[in-house]
Ligand binder design. Structure first.
Ligand code: FES
Ligand SMILES: [Fe+2]
Length: 333
């Protein structure tokens, strides 16, 4: 198996990937790239999210440079217009009575919306979008964040999001200074039907900028946590504070290609909703920028051969993701 590239592996085409916030496609068109494949997203006039290869069947112009009109998505090159099903409904250069060629249709891509996000799957989906029981639970509110582009391989992001040994080193500007660097033995187990990971407790630094997020003024707060992954690139962390506040993070990584990724996260919290969402998620976004700054200095793809890099016991969670991801690519997971 080739381990330095993964984005062209057909196995990955059957999974859902978050590519934009729902509010980003209003109505589009919006260009995104998933697993190296340029796509266009738009909304039909009745609001249905739609996606296709970003390539006009006439002379291959990017449809994302066109516009959404009443009858569909209009190509910028010769104005051919494609309806919701991807069939061409208008060819301005041809007399209205002439039949539309049967090849004048878009290559559709599966698209849906969940958790305030637009998701695509290049082939027929083989798995559902990871389940979040908090969504729709009236005790929790959901907070969305912008979709960012990180110059980082999705392999390194998934590895990092399962790793806690970097916290006292990378997160010194946020929550990381209160922790001892030694990582206790971690036991990996199914956390529920969707996520595989570990339970742990950490003392988190709680600077002024964190007090809105943690709901506490104490200089250090205890977090009872779980962190787990769902293949290929989704991670969930749950945080419980002594006050009973729960803060749940869904970290979503989508490979643009082997070495570039989209990243967004969604938060669910059981709290009263008086505090503006931007204030609640500002501290988490600072934490993410600390990871991004470190990871963008590490070039290339993380080898999926675990023997290619040195590891210790503290790396067991990220190694578990790496082994399962490698098995998935080989069709064995
Ligand atoms: S390339 Fe799209 S209409 Fe010609
Ligand atoms: Fe981190």
């Amino acid at each position: 198996m080739q381990t330095d590239v993964f984005a062209r592996n057909p196995v990955l085409r059957g999974y859902w990937y978050a590519v934009a916030q729902s509010i980003d496609v209003a109505p589009g068109p919006l260009a995104v790239t998933v697993l190296g494949e340029p796509l266009v997203l738009w909304r039909t006039t009745d609001g249905v999210l739609t996606a296709a290869r970003d390539c006009c069947p006439h002379r291959e112009a990017p449809l994302s440079l066109g516009r959404v009109v009443e009858s569909g998505l209009q190509c910028p090159y010769h104005g051919w217009t494609f309806g919701a099903s991807g069939v061409c409904v208008r060819i301005p250069s041809a007399p209205p009575a002439r039949a539309v060629p049967p090849t004048a249709r878009l290559t559709p891509v599966h698209a849906t919306e969940r958790y305030g996000l637009a998701w695509v799957s290049l082939d027929a989906p083989v798995a559902d979008i990871p389940a979040m029981a908090y969504d729709g639970d009236p005790r929790f509110r959901r907070l969305n964040t912008p979709v960012e582009v990180w110059r980082v391989s999705a392999t390194r992001m998934a590895d990092n999001f399962m790793d806690i040994a970097h916290v006292p080193w990378v997160h010194t500007g946020t929550f990381g200074r209160a922790q001892p660097p030694e990582v206790p033995p971690l036991t990996l187990e199914p956390l529920d039907d969707t996520f595989y990971g570990y339970r742990y407790t950490i003392e988190a630094n709680n600077p002024d900028a964190a007090t809105v997020t943690s709901g506490s003024q104490a200089p250090v707060v205890t977090r009872w946590m779980t962190t787990g992954f769902a293949l290929p690139f989704t991670t969930r962390s749950t945080i419980c504070y002594a006050t009973g506040l729960e803060h749940v993070l869904l970290l979503l990584t989508t490979p643009f290609d082997d070495v570039t990724s989209y990243f967004t996260f969604v938060v669910w919290r059981n709290e009263d909703c008086a505090v503006p969402a931007d204030e609640v998620i500002a501290f988490d976004r600072r934490i993410g920028r600390e990871d991004q700054a470190m990871l963008e200095r590490i070039p290339g793809v993380l080898s999926l051969d675990v023997a290619a890099t040195a590891s210790v016991q503290a790396d067991r969670p990220s190694l578990a993701w790496r082994r399962q991801f490698a098995a998935l690519l080989q069709g064995a997971a």
